[in-house]
Design a protein around this ligand. Sequence first.
Ligand code: AGP
Length: 605
Amino acid sequence: MCGIIGYSGPLEARKILLDGLSQLEYRGYDSAGIAFFDTGSEVHLIKRTGKVAMLREACASMKVSSHCGIGHTRWATHGGVSDANAHPHRAGRVTLIHNGIIENYHSLTKEFNLDERLVSQTDSEVAAWVLDHFYSGDPKAAIKSLVERVEGSYGFCIMFDDRPGEIYGVRSVSPLVAAYTRSGALIASDLTALIPYTRKYFVVPENHIVKLTGYKISLYDLEGAVVSPEIMEVNWNMDSAMKNGFPHFMLKEIHEQPEALKNTIVPRIAKGLPDFADDKIPDHLFAQCSKIHMIACGTAMHAGMVAKALMEPVLRIPVIVSIASEFRYGEPLIDEETLVIIISQSGETIDTLAALRLAKSYGSKTLAIVNVKGSTIARESDFVLYTHAGPEIAVASTKAYSVQLAALYMIICRMALVRGKFTREQAASFIMELLDAIPAMESMISRKEEEKNLVTHLIQQHDTFFMGRGLDYAFSLEGALKLKEISYIHAEAYAAGELKHGTIALIAPEVPVIAIATQEPVFSKMISNVREVKARGAFVILLTKEHAQVDEALADVHIRIPDMDDRFTVFPIAVILQLIAYYASIGKNLDVDQPRNLAKSVTVE
Ligand code: AGP
């Protein structure tokens, strides 16, 4: 949450900062601001509530030139949305931007007598004043003192009035990446802001100080000793962070799913079987565990729910899925024999990271499924399986979900093989079926008009219910989340058999029910549940396989996916559910890519 960018170099800094903030806007978008040194070394500050476009407009008439500055796009934590609370914050000789939460801001305010000085309600301004207190011409010493006093999570970028051309960064938990490029030195909260300039970067290690100047980047430990950064390379390109003719990132990312799936699956197939040799994931990890515990948040947790429904019948060991924010404060029943699978697109979600650390403290082996290379979760896990979705910009997760599923399906297959639950032939045929899910997705994407037409009814309603049994229930959880977050229509997912234990009271004429019925063993049971809601007047949107035998009078809208093995129907179904949410958001004229109150990476509790 909160996007951060800093630049020092030969180009016009204001443009680089504003462009960077546009790239980072998905991290928070209630206000934005930049600060920069002009060529006479004076600091200018400009900030606005609203989106980056407002800030850009406000900057348009500025004539001053600059080669060094910092920028911030905010997702409010402390203090409401106002110009004063927007970053950067000025405190004496310090100009600072912050991503994270300073937990002891209240006691710092008292200790440093800041009440009279503060012009905002933010914890970040408190940190800026504390830094100014310690600053007497040595930036690294002052930053070290600040780090010793603040508690919480932070990624700070800092300018000191008497150090024109220099930017300093330090972080704890909250991410910061940096790169020296042909265009100058850059630092940002995430990679998407760097890829227009370079693919090589490094992750600023926690409790290290990074210094940017126009001609180099230096990294120091807190004692001031020089440290060599570990340079990483990402294969994302500029195109992947642009809309490329699509009206929204979300629609573009829905279309990118087949390609993302291929990129995640195909390099991991050897002789027709799943193979993690290149990922350095040993078979004994899968062979020796006595249970599996998956931990994640939101969409990533829903991917875990699908995997659980598939894993237990195949592997015959307990598989538990936990919400990371609950797991981290619990006393989990895990041990050295538990394989903990952590799922996270960003690799920075704070609750998921804390859950990972807790799992490690219990001695469990940890395997992370992560999209962002070099992210904290990826670096701290014992093993990593990277998904290859490329950058996901829309706040609503789509392609990240599909590739998480693909990675989990590959793991299930390899585990079943290693544990003797699949023969080589069964494993090879499982992988073939997984690959066949890709054209099934493509076919649903090409038929997107079906979803576009059906939302007319949906967007006039306050509530929508999703229901399914078994795997279909796991899919419906994600369908409901997607609809809620971008269309603001209340939605709930139910195991279809559970509906009549209370919730059916809410089924009144015209209430939409999205019924997913792709699982053969429970198909007739599902259809009975559909009859029950239809009998109460529900507007039924039924999703089945192509040749399912259904009384057409049961459904107001019937969408058929290609016939396929039950275990893989999630891939085409996910496309349908994503498109329903997408068109509902469009139908209500909402901001699809940046829905209210949300941000892409949840790096605060
Ligand atoms: C869903 O569309 C959201 N983007 C959200 O639920 C997300 O999946 C969750 O915050 C977890 O993020 P992560 O995968 O980056 O850890």
